[in-house]
Design a protein around this ligand. Structure first.
Ligand code: DGY
Length: 365
């Protein structure tokens, strides 16, 4: 009885936090033995996010958010995480082993991205921290964008637009901005996960041959669904493809998958698209290949050291450059943010997040 009156009192005075307290009251009314939670788990949201996503998190957590969108140094991030139970991250924050070691309270790292090379997964697992990502929700949007870059690169869309905007268009010419055909050509996909397969499926309408290279070969059913994609060694794929697209995850093993040696195998008429991660391509070698005509053109959404990418790209007309936006459609970025939020809520309220990257982790009590 005494407990019930205390609950009513708290419920009455905490008008700002009505939803959260209502939830606590409801849960406590089910189990009067449970200790009354004096405070909610504390989380950091490292970058600006959709305001309604913060509102969804608010009933569950004490939130330190960063709607000013400052970029924290690793030391600043570490300081902010020292007293946090969970963190909502984006690909631009590095959560290193040193940061993990310095934050013993941390129980969950939920990344708003399918890629998670910014997080030291081994260190997190050893420390009993759950790590999650946002797969699937972005597959189709990212595949669409891979195609947008491929088409823009092969057909010189941005280069010709810049020329037009510069007032240089005086007459139609038979040889203006001659590009490469996409239809009927051979598409090479390096990294045949869910996004790679979605890209391959789209190639049926262009009547293309698809080659792919991947850590492991797909089942026959999946190959058939991916426009009858044929498995090839990386070298054969590079030699035979007219358009190569990179969709593989970044790790120490995939660092510089494309260097001068790989570019030398490609057809001089070929194009290269990178929607995977900076670091998969040796950007200096690519700049050299584009400058010397070793390959025809490239379309890049990701860069080594982004957002401070190699300035050599800016002086080249045969490269299409975009600022890491492959997943950036309104519904998909919202979907990613909500998926990361759901994972964080599950992880810190005793549930199992849907997208747990370290399922064998023994979560901290
Ligand atoms: C991802 O999900 O990994 C994307 O690169 C983020 O936009």
């Amino acid at each position: 009885m005494l407990f019930q009156s205390f609950v009513s009192f708290v419920f009455f005075v905490d008008l700002k936090n009505t939803r959260a307290m209502a939830l606590v009251v409801f849960e406590q009314s089910l189990n009067l033995e449970a200790p009354f939670p004096m405070s909610k788990p504390r989380i950091l949201v490292t970058r600006a996010v959709f305001p309604d996503v913060l509102e969804r998190l608010a009933p569950y957590f004490d939130i330190e958010s960063n709607q000013e969108d400052c970029i924290y140094t690793e030391e600043e991030l570490r300081e902010k995480l020292r007293d946090k139970d969970g963190v909502f991250t984006t690909p631009s924050e590095r959560v290193s082993a040193a940061t993990i070691a310095a934050c013993p309270q941390l129980r969950a790292i939920c990344n708003m991205a399918v890629g998670y090379n910014n997080i030291d997964l081994d260190a997190a697992s050893q420390a009993g921290i759950m790590v999650t990502n946002t797969p699937d929700v972005l597959n189709e949007t990212t595949a669409d964008f891979g195609w947008a870059l491929l088409m823009a690169t092969a057909r010189r869309v941005t280069e010709s637009e810049h020329w037009l905007r510069a007032g240089k268009w005086e007459k139609w010419r038979y040889d203006s901005f001659l590009g490469a055909d996409v239809h009927g050509s051979t598409l090479g996909i390096i990294g045949m996960g869910r996004i790679g397969q979605a890209i391959a499926r789209r190639s049926t309408g262009f009547n293309m041959q698809v080659l792919y290279h991947n850590r492991s070969r797909l089942s026959e059913d999946l190959e058939r669904a991916a426009n009858n994609a044929r498995y090839a060694s990386k070298e054969d794929l590079l030699r035979q493809s007219d358009h190569v697209i990179l969709v593989l995850p970044y790790s120490a093993a995939t660092h510089h998958t494309i260097t001068a040696a790989e570019l030398a195998l490609m057809k001089p008429s070929a194009t290269l698209v990178n929607i995977a991660r900076g670091g998969i391509v040796d950007d200096a070698a690519l700049i050299d290949a584009l400058r010397t005509g070793r390959i025809a053109a490239a379309g890049l959404d990701v860069f080594e050291n982004e957002p401070r990418f190699h300035p050599g790209f800016l002086s080249l007309s045969n490269v299409v450059l975009t600022p890491h936006i492959a997943s950036a459609s309104e519904p998909t970025r919202r979907g990613m943010a909500n998926t990361a939020a759901n994972n964080l809520i599950a992880a810190l309220t005793g549930g199992r997040p849907a997208n747990l990257l370290n399922p064998k982790v023994k979560p901290k009590a």
